[in-house]
Design a protein around this ligand. Structure first.
Ligand code: HEC
Ligand code: HEC
Length: 394
């Protein structure tokens, strides 16, 4: 899964199929843009290691412009070393491909609070409408399957199984590459490798993991490439059939061969489906997904912890601190389409509708702006923060 950077695209008075677009607007889009007439302007650099390829009249593209003839058969060209490097970004479960670097749980804690908690919840515990990263119950049943993941079926719970890093992800090295390449959501690739190690350590620690007998839930713990490769996620072997060992082919065949047991076939069964049937080739198999004993267990979904101590603040705008805690993640840049704090023009444009409307939009939400920025602050507090944002953008 390789997502391209969000590119800023400026369309300025482009003639398109005889129609002249008189608009001059800047907006963010993900991925590629159709329409040969678009003029690409990338602020953040190109996908291949920061190279920007000039084309004509000051416009440039994220990709190297193919100068070969477009007539006849065109087999393209050999990618440049930088382009190869930009695409070769995966890390294998054994750590191959991970960069050098290290980061502590303590630093990860700070970074997570500042850059991730607004969407993923305090301690990664969810609740903000974005994926929950920690807090799922990892206790295993006698079959070695993590209880949280099957609670809905097995324990008759109405809550969906909690898929968190600790309960669901098979391999820890993916966590590093995922965060490095795609988070924080609005401005991915803004973290250094050391910072990504720190946040990865923090998330693993929140999932109660240890490595080499060393408990990660300790501020002093420092994660590096070697240690990350040794982390065994609790559900590593909970995925079946096993598709990545030398016997993978046989495993997969065996899995599909025993349809009655693994997939279920024949008559759909809604109640008391204990007997898979099908074994003698005559009795139709009943769908038999419920195969574990029901117990009265409702695993906890999240657990409370104290918030980190508040930092001392000196003389400053009363809205500044709350802005940095609650809004900076989306308003630092315009990548999500939000008016960036510090962008004089953007705020002047926003304010043309009048301050009352701006207050209202920030409280009730608008487009990608969640009501109150996803917080439960008072209306007055939100207004105070908006005042700060405007003040800081003059
Ligand atoms: C503006 C909201 C936002 C912020 C801030 C944010 N994320 Fe995310 N995160 C998302 C969304 C949305 C997804 C799901 C993306 C998808 O599935 O394509 C996600 C997915 C993830 C996942 C994968 C979860 C899973 O199990 O599939 C991880 C891990 C993650 N984010 C870590 C982070 C970290 C670390 C940070 C801070 C550096 C961060 N996120 C900041 C919105 C955010
Ligand atoms: C999850 C991302 C996100 C967060 C968090 C967020 N914003 Fe926004 N905000 C946006 C986006 C996107 C827009 C642009 C909405 C549009 O114009 O459609 C926006 C627009 C605004 C605007 C301009 C509204 C207008 O009238 O055009 C204000 C003011 C604002 N946000 C204030 C805040 C405040 C205050 C906070 C924190 C309490 C906050 N935002 C947190 C994404 C966010």
């Amino acid at each position: 899964m390789f997502k391209l950077d969000r590119k800023l695209v400026t369309i300025t008075g482009v003639a398109l199929v005889g129609v002249t677009l008189a608009l001059s607007s800047t907006f963010a889009v993900a991925g590629s843009i159709d329409g040969a007439a678009s003029i690409y302007k990338s602020k953040s650099g190109a996908i291949d290691g920061g190279v920007i390829y000039p084309r004509v009249k000051g416009t440039y593209t994220a990709y190297k412009y193919n100068e070969q003839s477009t007539k006849g058969v065109n087999f393209g060209r050999t990618p440049t070393a930088n382009e190869l490097k930009a695409w070769d970004i995966d890390a294998l479960p054994d750590g191959t491909g991970l960069p050098e670097g290290e980061g502590s749980v303590e630093l990860g804690d700070e970074l997570f609070e500042a850059q991730c908690a607004v969407c993923h919840g305090d301690f990664g515990g969810g609740g903000q409408g974005y994926p929950q990263l920690a807090g799922g119950n990892q206790d295993k049943d006698k079959n070695g399957i993590i209880i949280t993941l099957k609670n809905q079926r097995v324990y008759g719970s109405v809550d969906a199984p909690k898929r968190t890093v600790g309960t669901y992800w098979p391999v820890a090295t993916t966590l590093f590459t995922y965060i490095r390449d795609s988070m924080p959501y609005a401005h991915p690739k803004s973290l250094t490798n050391n910072e990504v190690y720190a946040i990865t350590a923090y998330i693993l620690a929140q999932n109660g993991l240890s490595v080499d007998g060393e408990d990660m839930d300790d501020d002093e713990f420092v994660l590096n490439k070697e240690k990350l490769a040794k982390v065994v996620l609790p559900n590593r072997n909970g995925f079946y059939p096993n598709i990545d060992d030398p016997n993978a082919q046989e495993d997969i065949r065996a899995f599909f061969a025993d349809r009655a047991k693994n997939i279920g076939a024949g008559i759909r069964c809604m109640k008391d489906c204990k007997d898979p049937g099908g074994k003698d080739g005559k009795t139709p198999a009943a769908v038999m997904k419920i195969k574990y004993e029901m117990k009265d267990v409702v695993p906890p979904y999240a657990y409370a912890k104290d918030l980190p101590p508040k930092k001392e603040v000196g003389l400053q705008h009363p809205g500044k601190e709350a802005y940095e805690v609650n809004c900076v993640v989306c308003h630092k840049t315009d990548a999500m389409g939000a008016p960036a704090v510090g962008d004089k023009q953007a705020w002047e444009a926003t304010l043309t509708q009048g301050i009352d409307k701006v207050y209202e939009n920030s409280i009730k939400g608008k487009g990608g702006m969640p009501p109150k920025g996803g917080t439960s602050l008072s209306d007055d507090k939100i207004k105070e923060i908006v005042d700060y944002m405007i003040e800081a953008s003059k």
